[in-house]
Every structure is written in structure tokens, then in C-alpha cells.
Design a protein around this ligand. Structure first.
Ligand SMILES: [Zn+2]
Length: 159
């Protein structure tokens, strides 16, 4: 699992970087926390909170992710296949006073900025992505040029 923006496909990378620049200019201390994921990594995340601790540990071992403690075996993702696997999504955190902020208004501000560059913000999944109404994810952003997950799975890529 990487937080390297350079591994994103160019159509997503340029929008991600432009959005980050704008966020910083508007006073948000924004950090990218995750970009590309392998299928093994996404499976390990999906297993978390759904499978027994030992199963999750093994999935993380296969995915080369660090071990978690038993009390960390809680749900962290809703999807088994993610836009992250197609190098078209990034997660971000807003830092305030050296800590990850949970102030939703700051995530809304960043989300609106990314939307200004044509991205889909996870905080508005319920309104903008069919079938993702239960996937509220304020620290997630993606750019697929309108391609659905099914289209990406079928091999289509944004131009
Ligand atoms: Zn995400």
C-alpha cells in the first residue's frame, strides 16, 4: 500500500496534485494517505472486521502489510474491489495541530476543491455514484472520467 501520488494514472495524478495545491493555498494542511492498492491489499482490508483475526493476519502477510493487533480487527472498507486498484483514487487526511482532524467541514472544503477539478469526492458518494449510497467516505477522492467500477474491471481506462 502506497501513498505515492506518482503511481496514479496521469489523468488522476494531475487532478490530485492540482487539488492538493489549491487546498494548501486555502490553508488546509492536507496529506495523501493512500493511493494505489493491489488486489491482495484490498482483500486484506476487506477481510478486516469480517474475518477472524488469524485470517486477517494471514491476508495481511500475503499482502505484505504490517500486522495489526486483535482490537484493530474492525471494518475499514466497504468494497472488495476498489477504484484504488486502478490507480485512480487517493485517500487524504486533513491535519490540524499535528493531528488528523475529524472536522467534517474541512473535508467538505477539500472535497469541493477536488470536485472543482472534475473529481468525485467520497463524501458525496451517495449523491454521485450509483450504488455507493452506503459508502460515505469523506477522506476519499477519485477520478475515473465517468467510468464505473464494472467498466474498469472490464479493462476500460479513462483517456
Ligand atoms: Zn479511498
Amino acid at each position: 500500500m502506497t501513498r505515492d501520488v506518482n503511481v496514479l494514472l496521469p489523468v488522476a495524478r494531475t487532478r490530485c496534485l492540482a487539488g492538493i495545491d489549491r487546498c494548501r493555498n486555502e490553508g488546509l494542511d492536507i496529506r495523501v494517505t493512500s493511493t494505489l492498492r493491489t488486489a491482495e491489499e484490498q482483500y486484506a482490508l476487506f477481510a478486516q472486521g469480517r474475518k477472524p483475526y488469524g485470517t486477517v493476519c494471514y491476508a495481511r502477510l500475503v499482502a505484505k502489510l504490517p500486522r495489526i493487533e486483535p482490537n484493530e480487527n474492525v471494518t475499514v472498507t466497504k468494497v472488495l474491489t476498489s477504484i484504488h486498484q486502478f490507480a485512480l483514487a487517493w485517500d487524504f487526511a486533513i491535519i490540524v495541530d499535528g493531528k488528523v482532524s475529524s472536522d467534517h467541514s474541512l473535508y467538505l472544503k477539500a472535497g469541493v476543491i477536488f470536485e472543482g477539478f472534475g473529481c468525485v469526492w467520497g463524501g458525496r458518494f451517495g449523491e454521485t455514484v450509483p450504488g455507493r449510497g452506503d459508502g460515505w467516505d469523506a477522506g476519499h477522492c477519485q477520478y475515473t472520467a465517468g467510468l464505473t467500477l464494472d467498466a474498469l474491471k472490464a479493462g476500460k481506462r479513462p483517456k
